[in-house]
Design a protein around this ligand. Structure first.
Ligand SMILES: NC(=O)c1ccc[n+]([C@@H]2O[C@H](COP(=O)([O-])OP(=O)(O)OC[C@H]3O[C@@H](n4cnc5c(N)ncnc54)[C@H](OP(=O)(O)O)[C@@H]3O)[C@@H](O)[C@H]2O)c1
Length: 339
């Protein structure tokens, strides 16, 4: 790790300061990245040579080792999330783990060589690439006990589960949580976070994932393909919904009065909530470096771990998207950007 160089005052000597205060590693002007130029199926993804970004004010350039794959990646690619105003061509991908390559002016918290991870804001993306820009305020040191590949599986999904359960639903010790989609990226973190908090966990998944969920700590597992969860789940304080539709509809009835329905895919019906004395919210995950640091601490303390079901090289990005789109990923998929 290199030592921090003394920063020249900013903005007093603006032009000179810019050149002097940008701390850099080895130079190269281009990089490989996965972009799409039009919305569509996985075929629109292309591995291309693009200019290597330069860290601006408050930004860190990360040499990416691995990039996590999330359903939002293919939803943006397919044109399903135009509300995010994606600009074309776009480098897709929102989860990265890697090493600090250079820092822009006024970045104090990171050193060249730091091993870091981040969730890149949905409006920007840029993760499936050899280098990615991250605002320093959204970057954290990666968990020490995980390699880059497993670290890249964490940010978006773990932050979503954290924000849904703790910031919104206020899940606390002794409460009961029903997690839909429990074997997926968000769900498998939610099960572990809730158990670490001292909650009781009921999880829905197909039968092939039941042993996996019990291993993660789930107290009760329900096979949504053959059983009706509303006939089996009792005394539920919080529902985490990652499925929507009929699953969300049938969830209101299982929650105790005063309980909370938090969905990450659809807005809970206000009239149905209030008729039963429930609270609820739909949330969109936000980058949060402090929470990422806390999550890393929980991982290093052995309270939480990502499960990575497949690692694919960047060149197989189309296959990675197709796997995610099939809707039955166990844990996480990760793209290996560097060996
Ligand atoms: N609002 C936000 O900020 C936010 C953040 C993250 C994710 N999301 C969204 O939330 C959803 C889940 O994300 P994710 O990353 O967890 O997805 P994922 O990893 O692709 O989830 C796959 C899992 O869903 C399970 N599943 C499929 N249908 C199910 C059903 N009817 N009931 C119970 N489980 C079912 C599958 O289990 P089986 O194989 O056993 O069927 C599989 O393990 C996606 O739509 C994603 O876009 C939103």
């Amino acid at each position: 790790m290199l030592h921090r160089r003394t920063l020249i005052a900013w903005p007093a000597l603006a032009a000179l300061a810019w050149a002097s205060s940008v701390r850099t590693g080895p130079q190269a002007s281009s990089m490989k990245a996965v972009r799409f130029h039009e919305f569509g199926k996985a075929e629109v993804l292309r591995v291309e040579d693009v200019p290597k970004p330069v860290a601006g004010h408050g930004e860190v350039l990360v040499r990416v080792h691995a990039a996590g794959v999330n359903p939002v990646d293919w939803k943006v690619r397919a044109g399903q999330l135009k509300a995010l105003n994606p600009t074309l061509p776009q480098i897709t991908g929102f989860d990265i783990a890697g090493v600090v390559e250079s820092t822009g002016p006024e970045v104090e918290r990171f050193e060249l060589g730091d091993e870091v991870y981040a969730f890149l804001a949905l409006e920007r993306g840029g993760g499936y690439a050899e280098y990615a820009l991250v605002p320093a305020t959204e970057l954290a040191l990666k968990p020490k006990r995980l390699d880059f590949t497993r670290s890249a599986a964490v940010p978006l999904a773990a932050l979503t589960a954290w924000q849904a359960l703790f910031d919104n639903a206020g899940l606390s010790q002794g409460q009961t949580l029903l997690v839909h989609g429990a074997a997926g990226g968000v769900g498998h973190f939610a099960v572990q976070l809730a158990k670490a908090k001292g909650a009781r966990v009921i999880a829905t998944a197909s039968e092939r994932n039941h042993a996996f969920l019990k291993q993660l700590g789930a107290d009760q597992v329900i096979d949504y393909t053959t059983q009706r969860f509303e006939e089996l789940a009792r005394d539920v304080d919080v529902v985490l919904d990652s499925i929507g539709g009929d699953t969300l509809e049938r969830s209101y009835g299982v929650v105790k009065q005063g309980g909370f329905v938090v969905s990450i895919v659809a807005r809970p019906d206000a009239a149905k909530l209030s008729a039963r004395g429930l609270r609820g919210a739909v949330i969109r995950v936000k980058p949060d470096a402090k929470q990422l640091a806390q999550i890393a601490a929980w991982i290093d303390a052995g309270r939480l771990a990502p499960d990575v079901s497949a690692v694919l090289p960047l060149a197989e990005v189309r296959k990675a998207h197709e796997l995610s789109e099939a809707g039955h990923t166990r844990g996480k998929l990760v793209l290996q950007v560097r060996p």
